[in-house]
Design a protein around this ligand. Sequence first.
Ligand SMILES: C[S@@+](CC[C@H](N)C(=O)[O-])C[C@H]1O[C@@H](n2cnc3c(N)ncnc32)[C@H](O)[C@@H]1O
Ligand code: SF4
Ligand code: SF4
Length: 392
Amino acid sequence: MKRQNDQKLHGIKEKFNYLRYLWELNHPKTTLASPPPLVTIEPTTLCNLKCTYCATGTMTREKRHMEIEMFESIIKKLEGQTRVIYLGDAGEPLTNPKICDFINIASEAGLYVVLFTNATRLNPKRVISILESGLNVIEFSVDSIHKETYESIRLNGRAPKVWKNVLRFLQLKKEMNSPIITRMRVVKSESNQHLIDREIKILDTLPFDEIRISNYLNNKGWEDALEYHDGRNSPNALWCIMPWKEPGFGVDGTVRCPVDFNHAYNYANIEDGSLMDAWNSPNLVKLRAAFLSGDLEQLKQVNDICWRCNCRTKYGYNNATDGLVQAILKYGIDFPDYYFGYLNFSRSPEEEASLESKYANFDESVRKFEAYAGYKVTPLKKEPRQAIPVTA
Ligand SMILES: C[S@@+](CC[C@H](N)C(=O)[O-])C[C@H]1O[C@@H](n2cnc3c(N)ncnc32)[C@H](O)[C@@H]1O
Ligand code: SF4
Ligand code: SF4
């Protein structure tokens, strides 16, 4: 098994990039000197589900996997510049048969790799390949335990199968002594909001590292943002951190905001130059200028979807980066979690102990899960598998 990347920033160059990135967030300009710390890459635009809120189902661009050569070429350009990649965006990464090779390539290049999955394709063989691939974080997107609710949101998905897959993943992870971080993601919508509090209590007893509740993004049809006011967005909300933090790479190498599934406003194509060329492309510079102008009408003229998007926040950049500054003051320069987008990539001794105690009560927690769900997610294997050492 591959050695997982450790959590510290290495070397002067990385620490310098980190500080420069923080500086540029607090003093935002249109052209940046620091590379993005985090990027999203789309291993595929194909998906086996049709979730009601997701723009993948309705988007008109080509449905296909990313070629491995394209992935390798992107990783070469990110190497030494970016530290974290999200594998996800439009599509289900596990439909790409080469996904474990993708993870391998990125991990070998020293990147932290986070995979998003709908958990429908996690058969035991796949799970073992994933656990051996060097993946740092896996995030399962399952919006409810309740069968009818889950299946009314995640169309074509089957709740008992998906939960069985997720729980088997947790079990195999333990048996293989893997340090991988596991997260649950629940998108809060009208369909599941009445169940969330109760279900979180159940999920909290299972050995996940984190459970996240996500807000709904209005990127499916770019409905008028004002109709999707969620407390963050407001008529005068004119800030978004994404153009300073995170580009997304489409299957064909197009660089754009990861929320822009249908490629309405492209910054560049990564094939045409370096990472920094794309990160300071004329279109992106223009977009940053529109955000910095403080003029919503200008933003609308430059990029209609940013005007519509409910990711925009009413908080200015100083407020948006307060957390980053506090993290440095608290943890110092070697604390990269905030830098990488508010993520945990490591466990404290207390978190490790809490996970252990949840594993100790795993069978009982699964029984309670089943009692609530009304369907079986067992049998989970009783016999321990051959443990495979985590470090090579
Ligand atoms: C687009 S999916 C791609 C990866 C994979 N297919 C999955 O479902 O995890 C990545 C994440 O975005 C979330 N997502 C998709 N559309 C969304 C929307 N309109 N609002 C909020 N989250 C959304 C999904 O629930 C999932 O957690
Ligand atoms: S959320 Fe994921 S699984 Fe659902 S349709 Fe979108 S890409 Fe597919
Ligand atoms: S406003 Fe939305 S679409 Fe525009 S950069 Fe931010 S997240 Fe992306």
